[in-house]
Ligand binder design. Structure first.
Ligand code: AMP
Length: 213
């Protein structure tokens, strides 16, 4: 099963992807995670991408298309994959269609997680992540037992560089201008599966599973 998780920043795509990996046994492909790893490792691509990421802008299409294409070609994607945060523009979606057609594959479902704009700012600026194990928290909705410390492994919690208020504002605008047109793109192809993204994490997971069967 080949899936795309679509939705604004803060809709819960990453959280749902991590739960779906276990349920369906297919890998999550997050271009955001791949770019953050490149930034951490200070590769040439990472240094270039960081400028865009810190400003809340999109990294150029050619860069992320290349990353996604290489990842989809890996053996662990043979039985399916879940794209999280890719595609983010219509040219990226068109490039993905071509890449998949060349491999004899296609997208089965586009899970579109819907959350109203005014809820997203608070969700994003309150996010915290464990440096060691990657577990996510939220200062209001899912606070760690000890401030700044991971409940699971005791690791240090950090805030993503691009989760500050100014950058989040840009990211939401970029989503509305450049990514939201994908809703129409996939609706026309009959692939769009809208999911209400407001509620408990488990409830949303059940809504997605009900659609995927
Ligand atoms: P995310 O973790 O998906 O919120 O992505 C964080 C940042 O990485 C975005 O704000 C962009 O700067 C960059 N990024 C991730 N995926 C893409 C993509 N498909 N196209 C362009 N930029 C991306």
């Amino acid at each position: 099963m080949n899936l795309i998780l679509l939705g604004p920043p803060g809709a819960g795509k990453g959280t749902q992807a991590k739960m779906l990996i276990e349920a369906y046994g297919i890998p999550q492909i997050s271009t955001g995670d791949m770019l953050r790893a490149a930034v951490r490792n200070q590769t040439a691509l990472g240094l270039e991408a960081k400028k865009f990421m810190d400003a809340g802008q999109l990294v150029p299409d050619q860069v992320v298309i290349g990353l996604a294409q290489d990842r989809i070609a890996q053996p662990d994607c043979a039985k399916g994959f879940m794209l999280d945060g890719f595609p983010r523009t219509v040219p990226q979606a068109q490039a993905l269609d071509k890449v998949l057609a060349g491999m004899g594959k296609k997208i089965d479902h586009v899970i579109s997680i819907e959350v109203a704009n005014d809820e997203l700012m608070g969700r994003l600026t309150g996010r915290r992540t464990c440096k060691s194990c990657g577990q996510g928290f939220h200062v209001m909705f899912d606070p760690p037992k000890a401030q700044g410390q991971c409940d699971k492994c005791g690791g240090e919690l950090y805030q993503r560089d691009d989760d500050n208020e100014a950058t989040v504002g840009n990211r939401l605008k970029v989503y509305n201008d450049q990514t939201a047109p994908l809703i129409d793109y996939y609706q026309k192809k009959g692939l769009l599966r809208p999911i209400d993204g407001v509620g408990g994490i488990n409830d949303i997971q059940e809504r997605i599973k009900a659609v995927l069967g």
